[in-house]
Ligand binder design. Structure first.
Ligand SMILES: [Zn+2]
Length: 338
């Protein structure tokens, strides 16, 4: 669970690189992240022990009015009419699209499968260059207009962040090392699936980028990450695409946003081989099966077992297991039992 660290769409190593070049908005964003991280501990503990009122994942969108506080002013509730602020409507629509995808495809009742409310905060802070899920709600900055633009208007950003919520409740993948990179990986996977669905694109038509619509005119690249070609999305993109280039340093919680490039590329290869519908079933069922400290080889083993089981039951195509195996092999990954 992301109890100690926010699940941020823009990873710290990119914000740090921009801050070092004198970007004050990135510096402020980094500093503020630290402050919120500390203040959210109590809320997260309460979340773990709360008693639930079953709902259907009703949406609420709050306007932070460019202050550094959440749930300041409720501006749109589930079923409420459009409001003049297009960012509010964008957060409302995108969070509904993501919630409905998980419900319609996997019968998941909101992120926790118990109907937890889907809460979004927009216009957070001043020129805030990030978006994050912090355990029980979403928060989006407006961006500084130089490096980043508004985050709530990007379907892949919204889907990435809400999937952190799904992961938190299904697998609770610990946010460091390989389990943390898997946590990031699943968010990029479902961000991509949902983005392609929203744009009505096939895997071969899609750009496979994350955050291409939130990078702004001065950002040195076309997106935050690429699942197709990890390491090529921008000048600071250090994601490896193969285990040969695995990051072993301590930054970024031992590379959660860095080493996720390796399974991301395996997912891309599998999707190209068997199509998005079947690959989505395999990855979702794998997420259901994984556990807090799961490693990359655990993921391979689980995905192989799941694809065998699903194809034996006739819900996905017969060659799925072989496609999963050769895709992981192509990035240097094998199951533990080989
Ligand atoms: Zn993330």
């Amino acid at each position: 669970m992301c109890t100690k660290h926010h699940c941020l769409i823009v990873p710290p190593h990119i914000l740090e690189a921009l801050a070092k070049q004198g970007n004050l908005a990135c510096k402020r964003t980094l500093n503020d992240t630290q402050r919120i991280m500390q203040s959210r501990y109590r809320a997260l503990n309460e979340l773990l022990y709360r008693t639930y009122t079953e709902t259907g994942g009703e949406r609420s969108v709050y306007d932070c009015k460019n202050q550094y506080g959440q749930r300041l002013s409720l501006v749109r509730k589930e079923g409420g009419k459009q409001v003049p602020d297009r960012v509010v409507n964008a957060a409302y629509n995108a969070s509904g699209f993501v919630r409905d995808y998980f419900r319609d495809t996997f019968q998941l009742n909101s992120m926790d499968d118990r109907g937890m409310p889907v809460i979004s905060n927009v216009h957070y802070g001043v020129k805030y260059n990030n978006a994050y899920w912090d355990g029980d709600e979403m928060t989006y900055g407006d961006g500084d207009g130089e490096q980043f633009s508004n985050f709530a208007e990007a379907m892949d950003v919204v889907a990435h962040e809400l999937t952190h919520g799904v992961t938190q409740f299904l697998a609770n993948l610990e946010y460091q090392g390989q389990s943390g990179a898997l946590n990031e990986h699943f968010s990029d996977v479902f961000a991509t699936i949902i983005k392609q669905k929203h744009l009505n694109q096939s895997p071969s038509e899609a750009d496979w980028l994350i955050g291409d619509t939130v990078v702004s005119k001065n950002f040195p690249g076309k997106a935050i990450r690429s699942l197709k070609d990890p390491g090529t999305a921008n000048d600071y993109d250090v994601q490896p695409a193969h285990m040969d280039h695995y990051y072993t340093g301590s930054s970024d919680n031992q590379g959660v946003h860095i080493n996720s490039g390796i399974p991301n590329r395996a997912f891309y290869l599998t999707a190209m081989a068997i199509g998005m519908e079947d690959v989505a079933k395999i990855w979702f069922e794998s997420l259901r099966t994984l556990w807090r400290t799961a490693s990359f080889p655990d993921m391979v083993e689980v995905a192989l077992g799941v694809s065998e089981r699903l194809s034996a039951g006739g819900s996905i195509q017969k060659n799925a297991r072989d496609a999963v195996e050769s895709s992981f092999n192509a990035v240097g990954l094998t199951p533990l039992t080989v």
